[in-house]
Design a protein around this ligand. Structure first.
Ligand SMILES: Cc1cc2nc3c(=O)[nH]c(=O)nc-3n(C[C@H](O)[C@H](O)[C@H](O)COP(=O)(O)OP(=O)(O)OC[C@H]3O[C@@H](n4cnc5c(N)ncnc54)[C@H](O)[C@@H]3O)c2cc1C
Length: 412
């Protein structure tokens, strides 16, 4: 059919022979039943070939959103292709909220949770931890429903698209809340080491932005709920920004959600970027490694040891925290994590040199890479064998396997 799709970053050209855009679950089932090899595509915001296939690619963006809120059960159910931005607006309008969001509202719910996408917050699990049920069109086109508490459920949420096409999910919700966002600048680097735990816990959600260039961390973004303690006048030597900031100093802060402590709806403060603007730099690659939160300070020092190869490839780094969970392939599986994120310039050579150096110096901390970003190698996961067995049961013909999952999951 000749349609050649690229991912959001433009670094991956999907090799799919056919791209399908079904408008009903029955059509998804027909495509899967007739396909030898098939993969789901979300909004294409991953930076590697995780979604790719040489055969059939299915986008579920055309399924009716069909957002159903159950206030008594505190859940919302929604078609998998719906973007967080759209879901969040509807929830807020009805007086409800999610526990957290990623840095951007542009991504699809099914695609985001498939890779363990996360925001920040010492007490907050990744976005997949809010999922309470999934409907998957699995091997042979069969519709499989799993809910929290089922034996296989913890393997079926962060599933990298390897169990089938997720057509519907249910998520936990809570009453709507307001958040205010304060940006502090020039956190003395030594204070970060001395007070890492307090800084990471200084708000509902905390992000640090740094260029790893020496004596200071560029920015600390603190997102507070109304009921949290008031924002401090100073944060361990970091001072409030005098105006609105973008994490990348040369970019326009217009793209960013409201700062300066102005309270607003949760979904207009938890993401860093507004739905109607380009998120992040727009011309970039990304990498992210997760290590145990207890190793954070040592991991910062390790990154600084390879600053010479990291900095030439870097636009900005972000440090966040994620609470441990029980999802088998989650990078945060049974580990309270700190995330070391790198927004790179779009230059493969520079990026891969930096990635190699980072994987070497972080090795003592058993780093787990973000499934949707640029990396070389992923470790075996404690429940990887159970995941392979689940995939063999739901998809005995291996319809949903691709080169990425063969290498990083089934051979790991
Ligand atoms: C600018 C930018 C900012 C980002 N910020 C963050 C961030 O703050 N935190 C973070 O953790 N990540 C972040 N990411 C990474 C992003 O969240 C992940 O790559 C996420 O998986 C993208 O979702 P998607 O819908 O685009 O999925 P895709 O990239 O399209 O697909 C990812 C995986 O999900 C599978 N999949 C997609 N849809 C389905 C479905 N319906 N059923 C089954 N499997 C499916 C695909 O097969 C593939 O394996 C960012 C990316 C960009 C480009």
């Amino acid at each position: 059919m000749g349609e050649r799709l690229r991912n959001w970053a433009g670094n991956i050209e999907f090799g799919a022979a056919r791209v399908h855009r079904p408008s009903s679950v029955e059509q998804v089932q027909e495509v899967v039943a007739g396909a030898e090899r098939v993969r789901a595509l979300g909004t294409g915001h991953s930076f590697n070939a995780i979604a790719d296939t040489p055969a059939d690619l299915v986008s579920v963006a055309g399924l009716p959103a069909d957002i159903r809120i159950d206030g008594d059960a505190r859940t919302v159910s929604v078609a998998g292709g719906v973007r967080y931005g759209e879901l969040a607006r509807r929830l807020d309008a009805e007086g409800y909220a999610l526990h957290n969001l990623g840095s951007l509202p542009h991504i699809s719910v099914a695609g985001a949770v498939a890779t363990g996408t996360h925001g920040s917050g010492v007490g907050l699990g990744n976005l997949a931890t809010a999922i309470s049920a999934v409907d998957i069109v699995s091997g042979g086109g069969e519709l499989v429903s799993l809910r929290r508490g089922d034996a296989d459920f913890d393997g079926a949420v962060v599933a990298l698209g390897a169990l089938g096409i997720v057509v519907r999910v249910a998520l936990d919700i809570e009453p709507s809340y307001r958040v205010s966002q304060h940006v502090y600048e020039r956190l003395p680097r030594a204070e970060l080491d001395a007070h890492w735990k307090e800084i990471a816990a200084a708000g509902y959600s905390v992000s640090l932005f740094t260029g790893w260039h020496g004596d200071t961390v560029d920015q600390v973004w603190i997102k507070r709920r109304d009921e949290d303690a008031a924002a401090p006048a100073e944060l361990f030597g970091a001072v409030p920004a005098s105006g609105k900031r973008h994490p990348i100093a040369v970019m326009s802060p217009e793209h960013c959600t409201e700062q300066g402590g102005v309270p607003g709806p949760w979904h207009e403060r938890l993401p860093h970027f507004k739905l109607e603007f380009t998120p992040s730099s727009g011309e970039e690659l990304q990498t992210e490694y997760f290590v145990a939160r207890a190793d954070a300070v040592a991991a910062f020092a390790a990154v600084e040891r390879v600053r010479d190869v990291v900095v030439p490839a870097l636009q900005i780094s972000e440090v966040r925290t994620i609470a441990a969970d029980r999802l088998w392939l989650s990078p945060h599986y049974e580990r309270d994590s700190v995330a070391l994120h790198f927004t790179w310039v779009p230059n493969d050579d520079l990026v891969l040199r930096a990635v190699d150096a980072l994987e070497e110096v972080l090795a003592p901390f058993a780093p787990r890479p973000h499934w949707g970003k640029v990396f070389r190698s992923a470790p075996g996961y404690p429940r990887g064998g159970d995941f392979a067995a689940l995939a063999a049961r739901l998809d005995p013909a291996g319809t949903f396997r691709n080169a990425f999952v063969e290498r990083h999951v089934f051979a790991a």
